[in-house]
Design a protein around this ligand. Structure first.
Ligand code: TIU
Length: 225
């Protein structure tokens, strides 16, 4: 059983019941002209996560792990968009408005796509989520149950918003989450740090925090054995 260096204590990876969960690595959050920028954020801050996620993704694919991608977004008719979410922050461009990459945070638009560097392969489930949490109003739990998944290795953006919300949802449902610090990112460095601290505090109240290299080493050792 690979033991992965993590805080608050090593994570016992069980590869046969673990999934790599990559949260919302979409053009809308990582490229200029999308939803993230419409909220007043510097989207360049998230790009340091791309190379380490690519490396973990490659190792997870080689090791045969289940890989699940999520995307935050809404139906083109916006019927699943709460009025409060659309109004929040009074942005000049709101969800559903037309931006440089199509309608902001709307399914089927170019900005809603996962960035090309992390394009899903056929057979890797993509979970479309209308909220910040990956479990709310999605079939993620059914997918995990059908594959007997009990552990989640978590990557994606942003640390304190969709990553934290999803990890909290997963924790309440009985999943063990290992969040990779170099594979999650925020528009606010201080929120990134606090978001990770909150997960691992109190003996790992929501889960574990580790780094990509430790996971890659464990998976590589396993796939070459
Ligand atoms: N995916 C995700 O985190 N959605 C957000 O809206 N994040 C922000 O930090 N705004």
């Amino acid at each position: 059983m690979p033991l992965i260096e993590a805080e608050p204590y090593p994570f016992e990876l069980m590869p046969q019941c673990a999934a790599l969960l990559i949260i919302d690595m979409q053009r809308d959050f990582l490229e200029p002209g999308g939803f993230g920028e419409s909220l007043g954020n510097d989207v360049g801050l998230l790009r340091r996560t791309i190379a380490p996620i690519q490396a973990v993704l490659a190792a997870a694919r080689d090791a045969g792990l289940t890989i699940i991608h999520t995307r935050e977004g809404h139906r083109p008719d916006l019927a699943d968009l709460p009025a409060a979410k659309k109004a929040r922050g009074k942005p000049a461009l709101a969800i559903g408005d037309r931006g440089a990459m199509g309608r902001l945070l709307v399914r089927g638009e170019p900005g809603h796509d996962i960035i090309p560097e992390l394009r899903p392969l056929p057979g890797e489930p993509i979970v479309d989520k209308p909220g910040k949490g990956a479990f709310y109003a999605t079939d993620l739990e059914a997918i995990l149950r059908n594959r007997s998944i009990r552990q989640l290795i978590v990557c994606g953006v942003t640390t304190e918003v969709c990553v934290n919300t999803s990890v909290r949802e997963a924790n309440d449902r009985g999943y063990d989450c290992l969040v990779l610090a170099d594979c999650v990112g925020s528009y606010f460095p201080e929120f990134h740090q606090a978001g990770l601290a909150m997960i691992k505090a109190q003996g790992g109240i929501f889960g574990w925090v580790g780094r990509s290299q430790a996971v890659i080493a464990a998976l590589t050792e396993r796939s070459t054995r």
